[in-house]
Design a protein around this ligand. Sequence first.
Ligand code: PRP
Length: 177
Amino acid sequence: MNEPEVLLSEDRIAERVREIAREISADYADKDGVVLIGVLKGSFIFLADLSRALSIPRSIEFIAVSSYASGSRSTGAVRLIMDVRGNIENRHVLIVEDIVDTGHTLKYLLGILQSHRPASIRTCTLLHKADCVEVDVDIDYVGFQIGDEWVVGYGLDYAERDRTLPYIGVVAPDDRG
Ligand code: PRP
């Protein structure tokens, strides 16, 4: 098993997280705060860093979904495993994802969360595989555009491996099995 090749270093991620946090803090400055909704499991590290870098009132919720995959790619069938616990009606909501690939998960989440009647919903993802998008969803904040590679670390896993790597790395084709 090879070490994943570094795609985004710890420093580069930290700098970009601070930039996004500044942008979000400015955009929500005239609101009564934001509810960050972390999508389990992959977003947990990004959410932890992003939330602490904001300079506006914020609260945290989690939602869990499962997507049926065929090989490494989602089939588009998404299922709700755990809904948000708190009341988000009339609140400004920001969905926080680690990665948007086909877009099916984010589209599904927008539908679920709209049914809670928030004041607004925006979307944020650390990574975006623009070439892999199958459904159109608006993403308001994107950390990095990446190619069609299998990435791990900073919350992302490969069969539950490497989630807690401090950097984002690419799994070599030989190690995908
Ligand atoms: C990843 C990621 C998104 C989804 C994006 O989750 O966290 O939720 O895939 O893919 P899509 O745009 O093709 O729908 P994953 O299924 O790997 O679960 P995990 O976060 O629990 O690891």
